[in-house]
Design a binder for this molecule. Structure first.
Ligand code: CA
Ligand code: CA
Ligand code: CA
Ligand code: CA
Length: 400
């Protein structure tokens, strides 16, 4: 469970445990916003599900050239077998445009998406056609939902990609984890042919961005969960050479799951263990760094349950919005809005009796928020991809 769910899918594709936590069932204020009726109206809250009778989940949400959005993840309901890469194109009111399923006979999934005009480049992993175990995977789908090409990269060990960005040198840059234990990047040409790859040592990254000053930055952790991890940001130049790295966190295992450029530097979120006197709780790790990665402030946000931060954006009021997961009787999608110094202003949970969670968020042109993830509590069966639209202020005060 928790953040590692989809990486565990890579490490243990045949062991998909969904522990049913049996506590009291008092789900008083978790709102599943009624689906449908949204149209293109961004003045109301709504949620929509996508998928079939088997499992779906999406991990990333990107704007498209026509003002809509695209999401990527996996589906078990369609495709060539087991999980396939699942790309969903929607309008700005969440109305379904098209769905694409790409993959082979084994597990395939996408964690990252880069939309370039009418082309959709999805990055993830494949077990269907590999050099051994999982391989990092990159594929292009066109505006007609047709797979144009795909390729795989890696070693005899577990390799997977989490991100894809347009390269500074006209190439494509994949954020990858290589050889089962190392952070890295792979550069390809625009047809997915590998040009070079670099390895930055032991650890795992979850996000690569192209920075505003046209470098790249990896976020994740260095070390191993067994021997201890530190959250890390690594800045990389266009040739793949490391410029600097900075680590964050406390003495326990912590990590950066996602980060984004923000005014005066970068904002990151992830998971930190609260070293309380009684028990260790997973909390949302929220931090602001300057352009050189020097920490300006950090926060551990959470309550009596485990919380993970999985994506963060700077909002137009200069604050931050973190989305992720909180654990109650089941898991829920969780949203925390903070001010510019990371002090929480409000939080909301979303979901039903089964496991639900959020993975990514975008601010809309009208200042509302679109959040992508998964729900087991509604939809077409088992988990579905989930797109939730909320306004910038909660409709009514919420309590913890
Ligand atoms: Ca497959
Ligand atoms: Ca491999
Ligand atoms: Ca739930
Ligand atoms: Ca489903």
């Amino acid at each position: 469970m928790k953040k590692m769910t989809h990486y565990l899918r890579i490490l243990m594709p045949t062991i998909l445990l969904v522990p049913a936590l049996i506590f009291l069932s008092c789900d008083s204020e978790n709102g599943v916003i009624p689906g449908g009726g949204g149209g293109s109206d961004q003045g109301t809250e709504w949620s929509k599900t996508f998928g079939g009778p088997d499992e779906e989940e999406v991990y990333c949400l990107e704007e498209t050239a026509d003002g809509g959005y695209a999401m990527a993840g996996f589906s078990r309901s369609n495709g060539e077998g087991d999980q396939d890469v699942y790309i969903v194109k929607v309008g700005n009111g969440g109305e379904l445009g098209w769905e694409s399923f790409v993959g082979g006979a084994q597990d395939d999934a996408a964690f990252g998406l880069y939309v370039n005009g009418g082309t959709y480049l999805a990055a993830g992993y494949t077990y269907s056609d590999t050099y051994g175990s999982a391989d990092a995977w990159l594929g292009m789908v066109n505006e007609d939902a047709i797979s144009v090409w795909d390729n795989h990269y890696g070693s005899e060990y577990i390799d997977f990609a989490h991100s894809i960005v347009d390269g500074v040198s006209g190439d494509l840059i994949l954020g990858v984890n290589l050889n089962g234990d190392s952070l890295g990047i792979v550069a390809t040409n625009t047809s997915g042919t590998e040009l070079w790859k670099k390895n930055y040592g032991q650890g795992t990254a979850f996000k690569l961005i192209r920075t505003p000053d046209h470098y790249y930055m990896l976020g994740g952790y260095v070390g191993t969960p067994e021997t201890g991890t530190d959250a890390v940001l690594i800045k990389i130049d266009s040739a793949g050479d490391e410029v600097w790295r900075q680590t964050y966190g406390n003495t326990d295992n912590d990590r950066i799951d996602n980060f984004a450029p923000a005014t005066g530097g970068y904002i990151f979120t992830g998971t930190i263990f609260d070293l309380g006197p009684e028990n260790e709780m997973e909390n949302i790790f929220l931090g602001k760094v300057d352009p050189e990665g020097t920490l300006l402030w950090e926060k551990s946000l959470g309550g009596q349950q485990d919380q993970n931060g999985r994506a963060v954006i700077e909002t137009r009021d200069g604050g931050y919005l973190v989305v992720g997961m909180t654990e109650t009787t089941s898991t829920e999608g969780y949203v925390v809005k903070t001010d510019s110094s990371g002090t929480p202003e409000w939080n909301r949970t979303f979901g039903g009796d089964a496991d639900d969670g959020f993975w990514d968020v975008k601010e809309t042109l009208s200042g509302s928020y679109l959040i992508a993830g998964y729900t087991n509590s509604e939809g077409s069966g088992l988990s579905d991809a989930w797109l939730v639209h909320i306004l910038s202020e909660p409709p009514e005060p919420e309590e913890d």
